[in-house]
Design a protein around this ligand. Sequence first.
Ligand code: FES
Length: 195
Amino acid sequence: DKADRALRVVYRVAGRGTEELASLGTGKELQIAGPLGNGFPHKEKRAFLIGGGIGIPPMLQLAKELDCEKQIILGYRDDALFLKEDFKRLGQIYVATEDGSCGTEGNVLDAIRENGLTADIIYACGPTPMLRAIKQYAADKDMECWLSLEEKMACGIGACLACVCKSREKDAHTNVNNKRICKEGPVFRAEEVEL
Ligand code: FES
């Protein structure tokens, strides 16, 4: 929130680092480096915003920033539909749940198909199997597609190469088919990366 100079961090406790974060009390001061890396491009095209699991939070900020017709497709495990209410009024929302407890039973692509949705561009963030399927879907439909990848990151500034993914082109920095998710990403054109 630029006006309020506020930053909201949404995370799942998954290990020691996030456990430590979760244990911090209100008013505790933290030092952070950022923002790091790139972000989604902003295009005025009819868009799918697709978030799966912990890939949902980045879609919220993007939905606020994009000035276009938006269809927001959110994939959850079950009916714990975190952040769903925050997406209200930002676009048309469709939900898929793995256990079928809410919306379409299945994944985000099942929700797109079940609702007969169409768009001209895809922005997506979520687990790799989901991104791989979306990349294939976009290729089949000849759609522009942008994916935000995730990897464990040590330095966050492009120095340690802990976060590389496979890329189609050779990277100028390392001269191998790698891209650093923290530095060249986390957002890539779907065709740029191998998933
Ligand atoms: Fe070190 Fe990306 S986290 S290069």
